[in-house]
Design a protein around this ligand. Structure first.
Ligand SMILES: NC(=O)C1=CN([C@@H]2O[C@H](COP(=O)(O)OP(=O)(O)OC[C@H]3O[C@@H](n4cnc5c(N)ncnc54)[C@H](OP(=O)(O)O)[C@@H]3O)[C@@H](O)[C@H]2O)C=CC1
Ligand SMILES: Cc1cn([C@H]2C[C@H](O)[C@@H](COP(=O)(O)OP(=O)(O)O[C@H]3O[C@@H](C)C(=O)[C@@H](O)[C@H]3O)O2)c(=O)[nH]c1=O
Length: 293
C-alpha cells in the first residue's frame, strides 16, 4: 500500500519515519522543503491531487501544519491556509482516490470554557486562540469533504526533532539561574514517538476501516507546564536552576492558552487496543536519547 506522509521533516513526521522503518508498505515522506523528502506543498491543491493519483496513495498521514501558536495570532491567514484550506485539499484528493486521511489535531481546540474533567472526543471545541481555531476549522473541512478520515487530537508534543518545549527547557534550565513557568495551564505532554508508533500500528494492522472518527491521544497522566519543567530539569540533571510557578498573566504572550486541556483517551485505547505510556516514563526515554546525541 502507498502511504503519503506530509510534514515529513517535522517532529511527528520524523518519528513516523522511525516507526515505519522496515515496513512492507511504501511510505512517501514529503515536506514543503528540506532534505530526505519529496517536495510537496499541501497548499497547492493540484500538486496534492497529482501526487495522490500518480502514486495511487491509499492513506495520507497529515503531519504538516502551522504550529507556531504565538505567531499565529498575527498570521491568521497563513495559519488558516495551512491548518484548514490545505487540509481540505488533502481530504478531497484522498476521497477522489478512495483512500483514508489520518489527520492530526490538537488539545488547543478546547479551553475557552473551563473544564476540570478530561475532554472527550464529542465535547464541543472552544478554542482560545487563532492556532486552535484554525485547527478546529481543519477538522470541520474534513467532515465537510465526506472523506474517510481518522483525526487524532494530541497535546504538548515533544521529541528529539525540531523545536519543542523539552528542548527549550533543557537549554534554559542549564543556562539560567532562575525560571518562572506557568502552573495554571494543565494538560498532558506527548512524546511524538509514542504517537507515531500508535499511528504506525493502526496502519500496519489495517485498523482504519470501520474505525473512522475522532480520537484523543496524549501520554497518560496530568501536569502543568511548571511540573513538566521540573521533571525535565530533574531527569537531565539541571538541578542548579531555581524553577518557580507563575500565573499565565505573569508570562508575556499575546495568546490565551487553554487552562485545562487534558484529553480522555478511553476511546483510542479501547478501539485500537493501545497501551499508552505514562508521561514521565516517556520523558525519561526522550531525554536519554537527546543526551546520547
Ligand atoms: N507541536 C505540538 O506541540 C503539537 C502539535 N500538534 C499537531 O501535530 C501535528 C504535527 O506537529 P509537529 O510535528 O510538532 O509539527 P512541526 O511544526 O514540527 O512540523 C510541521 C511540518 O510541516 C511543514 N510544513 C509547513 N508548511 C507546509 C506546507 N505548505 N506544505 C507541506 N508541509 C509544510 C513544516 O515545514 P517548515 O518547518 O519548513 O515550516 C514542518 O516540517 C500538527 O498537525 C500539529 O498541529 C498537536 C498538538 C501538539
Ligand atoms: C519558555 C517558557 C514558557 N512558558 C509557558 C508559555 C506557555 O504558556 C507554556 C508552553 O509554551 P510553548 O510556547 O512551548 O507552548 P505552545 O507552543 O503553546 O505549545 C502548544 O503547541 C501547539 C502546536 C499545540 O498543539 C499544543 O498542544 C501545545 O503543545 O509555557 C513559561 O511559563 N515560562 C517559560 O520560560
Amino acid at each position: 500500500m502507498n502511504i503519503l506522509v506530509t510534514g515529513g521533516n517535522g517532529q511527528l513526521g520524523n518519528c513516523l519515519r522511525n516507526a515505519a522503518k522496515g515496513s512492507e508498505d511504501n511510505y512517501i515522506f514529503t515536506d514543503v522543503a528540506g532534505d530526505n523528502v519529496v517536495r510537496l506543498d499541501i497548499t497547492d491543491a493540484d500538486a496534492v491531487s497529482r501526487m495522490v493519483k500518480e502514486n495511487d496513495v491509499k492513506v495520507i498521514v497529515n503531519c504538516a501544519a502551522y504550529t507556531n501558536v504565538d505567531k499565529a495570532e498575527d498570521d491568521g491567514e497563513l495559519a488558516e491556509l495551512l491548518n484548514a484550506t490545505a487540509v481540505r485539499n488533502l481530504a478531497e484528493a484522498i476521497k477522489a482516490n478512495d483512500g483514508t486521511l489520518i489527520h492530526i489535531s490538537t488539545d488547543y481546540v478546547f479551553g475557552k470554557e473551563p473544564y476540570n474533567v478530561p475532554c472527550r472526543e464529542d465535547q464541543k471545541g472552544t478554542p482560545t486562540g487563532v492556532y486552535g481555531m484554525t485547527k478546529l476549522h481543519g477538522e470541520q473541512a474534513i467532515a465537510e469533504s465526506g472523506c474517510r478520515a481518522l483525526i487524532f487530537r494530541t497535546a504538548w508534543l515533544y521529541s528529539e526533532y525540531g523545536r519543542n518545549f523539552v528542548k527549550t527547557m533543557l537549554n534554559l534550565t542549564a543556562t539560567k539561574p532562575e525560571l518562572r513557568v506557568v502552573f495554571d495551564q494543565v494538560g498532558t505532554p506527548t512524546y511524538a514517538q509514542d504517537l507515531a508508533d500508535a499511528i504506525f500500528h493502526i496502519i500496519n494492522k489495517r485498523k482504519m476501516s470501520g474505525n473512522e472518527g475522532t480520537y484523543h491521544y496524549s501520554n497518560e497522566g496530568v501536569c502543568s507546564w511548571y511540573d513538566f519543567t521540573k521533571m525535565i530539569a530533574e531527569y537531565s540533571g539541571n538541578t542548579e536552576c531555581n524553577i518557580q510557578p507563575c500565573h499565565s498573566d505573569e508570562f508575556p504572550s499575546k495568546v490565551i492558552r487553554p487552562s485545562y486541556s487534558v484529553l480522555d483517551k478511553t476511546k483510542v485505547k479501547e478501539i485500537f487496543s493501545l497501551r499508552v505510556p505514562y508521561w514521565t516514563d516517556s520523558l525519561k526515554r526522550c531525554i536519554v536519547n537527546l543526551k546520547s546525541e
